[in-house]
Design a protein around this ligand. Structure first.
Ligand code: KIV
Ligand code: ZN
Length: 387
């Protein structure tokens, strides 16, 4: 089995469903071009039937972004599929993504249908989409809560109907990693024709397990991961692209590769955050403001001696200039000396204790000591003695 994992970015579709963070056409094109430069394999550009504006955005992306596959979402509904096909008709590599709910919860209380009819609808949707494009992805919505035996029947039927990619979403973010991995393995072992198609993960983060579930999916046979920049998406969001990519890169014993230019991860994170008006939490893995900041004395001393004592990623690998040593009341002497030296100031050894005591007093008061504060502190207490 091939070890290249395709990165399917759905920032512009599932990610954009964050309340109040919708994007206009121009913004979507800018982000799509940045995603192309990042090296994603597939861009899910939108849901064309949802609004004329989204149709226009998907169409513009299909016309302007040529390297990745451009994918349009539809329900398993004739009008949706035809509209999706029209939106991506000028794409170099078009894909229609169609499907419907397969859990009993969705079948009986949302679709008000039966298991048999859902299979028929899925097959009909794939066959219709195939009339417009060769590359058709089928999603089994709420696959996370779908009984595996029935899910295998659905997937076998849509593969026979011509699906090229089968998406197994954990729509509600319910699964445990082992459970989700087993689900993918069950399909690998039980679906006739599965070797001809790509299995895709699509995990939501309601229990904080989206990344772990996606990785479990890959370890059990999935070769496409659906994800978003910064993990944005409705409710608790989608799988975070940067986390999946860096997990596959850093764990060298895992045999998987992606085509992502990792040094572009932080710049694109900022672009998406600013364009959507959605701040990134400071402690977010890889792209949070504190991801490479060290503030406690023990850690700072270790990092100053050798960065790898407390960092598994070189910040430059993900587009951050350098790690930072931040000064708080938890910082130690090594960190204070390091920051003072960076300001070009030399403190006489005999004055070291005084400076450190004054620094702690200040840090207790103002919490975060910046360069200007440090200069002022040195000026106040040591001016006559420093060189
Ligand atoms: O979460 C989900 O099930 C989805 C599908 C529409 C692919 O976003
Ligand atoms: Zn989703």
């Amino acid at each position: 089995m091939e070890n290249k994992v395709d990165i399917f970015d759905t920032t512009l579709r599932d990610g954009e469903q964050v309340p109040g963070c919708g994007l206009n056409k121009e913004e979507k094109i800018i982000i799509a071009k940045a995603l192309e430069e990042l090296g994603v394999d597939v861009i899910e550009a939108g849901f064309p039937i949802s609004s004329p504006g989204d149709f226009a955005s998907v169409k513009a992306i299909a016309e302007n972004v040529k390297e990745p596959v451009i994918c349009a979402l539809s329900r398993a509904v004739e009008k949706d599929i035809i509209t999706a096909a029209q939106a991506i008709e000028n794409a170099a590599r078009p894909r229609i993504h169609t499907g419907l709910g397969t859990s009993d919860q969705h079948i009986f209380t949302k679709l008000k249908s039966t298991r048999e009819k859902v299979i028929e609808r899925g097959v009909a949707a794939v066959k219709l989409a195939k009339k417009y494009v060769e590359d058709v992805e089928f999603y089994a919505e709420d696959a996370g809560r779908t009984d595996n035996e029935y899910l295998a029947k659905v997937i076998e039927a849509v593969v026979a109907a011509g699906a090229t990619v089968v998406n197994i979403p954990d729509t509600t973010g319910y699964c445990l990693p082992e459970e989700y991995g087993q689900k993918i393995k069950y399909l690998v072992d039980h679906v006739k024709g599965i070797e001809r198609v790509t299995i895709s993960t699509h995990c939501h983060n309601d229990l904080g397990l989206a990344t772990a579930n996606s990785i479990a999916g890959v370890q059990n046979g999935a070769r496409q991961v659906e994800c978003t920049i910064n993990g944005c998406g409705e409710r608790a969001g989608n799988t975070s692209l940067e986390e999946v990519v860096m997990i596959l890169r850093k764990h060298r014993w895992l045999p998987y590769t992606t085509g992502i230019a990792t040094e572009r991860l932080n710049p694109i994170s900022r672009l998406v955050s600013e364009t959507m008006g959605m701040p990134v939490q400071p402690n977010k893995a890889i792209v949070g403001a504190n991801a490479f900041a060290h503030s406690s004395g023990i850690h700072q001393d270790g990092v100053i001696k050798n960065r790898e004592n407390y960092e598994i990623i070189d910040p430059r690998e993900v587009g951050v200039d350098e790690s930072s040593i931040v000064l708080t009341a938890r910082s130690g002497r090594a960190a204070l000396a390091y920051r003072i030296k960076r300001l070009g100031i030399e403190v006489p050894a005999a004055e070291g204790d005084l400076v450190y005591d004054k620094f702690l007093e200040l840090a207790d008061r103002i919490k975060l000591v910046k360069d200007e504060d440090l200069k002022e502190l040195v000026k106040q207490h040591l001016a006559p003695t420093i060189k």
